[in-house]
Design a protein around this ligand. Structure first.
Ligand SMILES: [Zn+2]
Length: 323
C-alpha cells in the first residue's frame, strides 16, 4: 500500500511526512478558526445518565437536504459543495492518498466539538464511487488507514444517506467522514468497553452493511481507537422508530450517530436542549430505544453470524439492549 500525505495551501497540495499530519491538522484548525460558523469553546453542556449533551446552536443552520419520503440509500451522487474547487481551496487543510485514491481533509465549518474535520473523496473519483454509502471493503480499509494517520484523540464517523424512514444524519450525498475529538473524556470507561466489544474485519463489516443497504436501512460507521491504538469499526443501523416528541425527533435525527459509543449527543435546538435538561429521563428513554427497531431480523443476524464462523461480534451491538 502506498500512502502519501499532503498539506493543502490555497488548494495546492504539498507533500508532508506521514507523522507530521497531526501537527498540520491542529495548526490549520487554529489558523482557520475564524471561518467556523460557531465557536466550540463556547459550547454549553449538560449531563444526564451516561450521556453528555453538547449544545451546538450553529449546527441548526448547516445546509440540510429537504426531507424525502421513502428515501433511497443508493440515491445517485449529484454535484455538491464538496465538488467545488473554491470550497476545497478555502476549507481544505490536508489530503491523503492511498494507492492513488485521493481524499481531502477539510475543517468542519459546523463543528461538533474542538477540533472537527471532514474527510471527502476527491471529486474526480468515478461518479458511482461518490455517493454517501460504503461502496466496497476498500472504503472501509481506506477509512481505517486514514484513522491511523490521524491524531489518536480523533474518531471517525460515517453517516449513510437516508433510507426509507431511517436517517443517519448525512446532510450531503458525497462520500465524507466526520472526524471529531474525544480528548475531553480521557480514559472514559464507555469508550474502552465500546472498543473491545464491537466489530470484525473490513469484509465482515461490509457484508453486514450490504444487508442494511439491501433492506434500505440507514447506518453509521464509527471508527475508534482501542486502548492499544488499533482502529476498530462499529456498524450501527439506524432506528425505524418514527419520532413523536420534539426530544425524539432531535435525538433520532440530529445527533451524532453513536451516542452509546462516544458518550455524547450533539443538540442544535435551544428549546430541546432546555427540555432535555428538564426531562433527563425522557431523553435517556429515547436513547434506550435507539437501536431496537431496525430492518434486520433475528434470523438474518443468526444466519450472518453463522456465515462468519461465530468470530464476528457485530451482532452483539445490534441485539444487546442498552443499559
Ligand atoms: Zn459531491
Amino acid at each position: 500500500m502506498i500512502i502519501k500525505v499532503y498539506k493543502s495551501v490555497d488548494g495546492r497540495l504539498m507533500r508532508l511526512r506521514k507523522d507530521s499530519l497531526p501537527l498540520q491538522l491542529y495548526s490549520a484548525w487554529e489558523s482557520r478558526r475564524h471561518l467556523l460558523k460557531g465557536d466550540p469553546s463556547t459550547m454549553q453542556q449538560a449531563s444526564f445518565g451516561r450521556f453528555t449533551v453538547n449544545f451546538c446552536p450553529w449546527r441548526a443552520n448547516r445546509p440540510q437536504p429537504a426531507p424525502r419520503l421513502n428515501a433511497n440509500i443508493r440515491e445517485p451522487h449529484q454535484l455538491c459543495t464538496f465538488d467545488k474547487e473554491a470550497v476545497i481551496q478555502q476549507e481544505g487543510v490536508a489530503a491523503l492518498e492511498i494507492d492513488g485514491r485521493l481524499y481531502h481533509v477539510l475543517i468542519n465549518l459546523n463543528p461538533v466539538n474542538d477540533p472537527s474535520f471532514i474527510l471527502t473523496k476527491a471529486p474526480d473519483r468515478p461518479a458511482d464511487e461518490l455517493c454517501q454509502i460504503i461502496h466496497s471493503p476498500v472504503d472501509i480499509a481506506d477509512s481505517m488507514t486514514m484513522h491511523q494517520l490521524f491524531p489518536p484523540q480523533l474518531s471517525f464517523l460515517f453517516n449513510s444517506n437516508p433510507a426509507g424512514s431511517t436517517d443517519a444524519g448525512a446532510t450531503i450525498n458525497h462520500f465524507h467522514l466526520q472526524s471529531f475529538c474525544f480528548k475531553d473524556r480521557p480514559g472514559d470507561i464507555r469508550f474502552q468497553s465500546a472498543s473491545t466489544r464491537v466489530l470484525g474485519e473490513k469484509e465482515d463489516v461490509y457484508a453486514y452493511l450490504k444487508i442494511l443497504e439491501e433492506n434500505n436501512n440507514a447506518y453509521n460507521l464509527l471508527f475508534l481507537r482501542t486502548v492499544f491504538g488499533a482502529t476498530q469499526v462499529a456498524a450501527i443501523p439506524r432506528t425505524l422508530g418514527i419520532p413523536t416528541t420534539p426530544i425524539q425527533s432531535q435525538v433520532l435525527t440530529e445527533t451524532i450517530g453513536a451516542p452509546f459509543y462516544v458518550g455524547f449527543l450533539s443538540i442544535s435546538n435551544q428549546t430541546i436542549f432546555q427540555a432535555m435538561k428538564r426531562s433527563p429521563v425522557e431523553a435517556e428513554l429515547v436513547l434506550a430505544q435507539w437501536q431496537r427497531e431496525t430492518t434486520v431480523d433475528k434470523e438474518t443476524l443468526a444466519r450472518f453470524e453463522r456465515q462468519y464462523r461465530g468470530s464476528l461480534k457485530l451482532g452483539e451491538i445490534f441485539t444487546k439492549q442498552p443499559g
